[in-house]
Design a protein around this ligand. Structure first.
Ligand code: DO4
Ligand code: MG
Length: 278
């Protein structure tokens, strides 16, 4: 089942039919005892809603914090070792890739998150920028993964590469994070064969595209969540981006007007236009 937050309220979709979900608190919805069972009852007892098509889809977030895991794919480890070589940071990325403790960092507040079909941003003081297509977990306040969405962890590689201590500036700024289009609510883990696809369009033509699968993810989602929730409470739940397995070649940087499409098949496609901050 897919859960959508829209300008007309919340909807659940199953088998191509949309049902309106009563109530207007996203936080109350996602923190209830059993979201999956609740949505099943909405589908079983509700009437098909005709007004979904007229609604604008919003980022599927209330007041949750967005956190992110890093260097969870070999491709991210290699790209980061290369970009930070002259700053002496390469060794840190190698070590964290194989360490027991994962890299986890604070990514975004809800107010900085872009929804589907809206704009993500390039920092005004960055020259080398990329999207990071990431499977993103929705976790309830008890630390249980209750759903999945598509995430874009926009990153400024020149700032991060200059000094690893600049990571928060490379990662956290207005519209540096996009989530959507919906939450796939399922009690089942996603299969490791699940593909993650990135396409970047410039003036309508493909500027870069690549694909990975969850089989390349070095850590399990459950183990990442276990670390995130150690000595850390999330009364409204939290999102956790699980890291990127796709990094464009070093010659590539995003430009204003580019369109970024990230597809994770059982969830959907998250598409955003890039704007340059000034
Ligand atoms: O270590 C820096 C950030 C890593 C990251 O965002 C990723 O691997 O996806
Ligand atoms: Mg990332």
């Amino acid at each position: 089942m897919k859960l959508y937050r829209t300008t007309n309220g919340t909807y659940v979709e199953q088998g191509g039919t949309y049902y309106s979900v009563a109530g207007n608190s996203w936080d109350a919805l996602v923190t209830q005892d059993n979201l999956h069972a609740f949505l099943q009852s909405v589908v079983a007892n509700g009437e098909a809603a005709a007004d979904f098509a007229a609604a604008q889809i919003l980022a599927p977030i209330g007041t949750q914090e967005v956190w992110a895991a890093g260097v969870t794919y070999y491709r991210s480890r290699s790209a980061r070792m290369e970009e930070s070589k002259s700053a002496g940071g390469g060794d840190f990325y190698d070590r964290v890739y194989s360490a027991e403790r994962p890299e986890l960092f604070f990514k975004s507040t809800a107010s900085r998150v872009a929804g589907p079909s809206s704009q993500v941003r390039i920092r005004s003081d960055a020259k080398w920028n990329v999207p990071e297509p990431e499977l993103t977990l929705l976790i309830n306040q008890r630390g249980h993964i209750i759903g999945y969405t598509v995430g874009n962890d926009m990153s400024s590689r020149d700032i991060e590469g200059e000094n690893p201590l600049y990571l928060p500036q490379a990662k956290v700024y207005d519209r540096s994070c996009a989530l959507g289009p919906c939450i796939l609510v399922t009690p089942e883990p996603l299969p490791t064969t699940t593909p993650i696809r990135l396409e970047i369009l410039r003036q309508g033509a493909a500027a870069f595209s690549a694909e990975t699968t969850l089989a390349e993810l070095k850590r399990t989602p459950v183990s990442l969540v276990e670390y995130l929730f150690r000595d850390n409470s999330f009364p409204a739940g939290a999102f956790l981006m699980t890291g990127t397995g796709i990094v464009p070649p070093d010659s590539f940087t995003l430009a204003s007007g580019d369109r970024i499409r990230i597809t994770i098949d059982p969830i959907g496609t998250l598409e955003n236009e890039v704007v340059q901050g000034n």
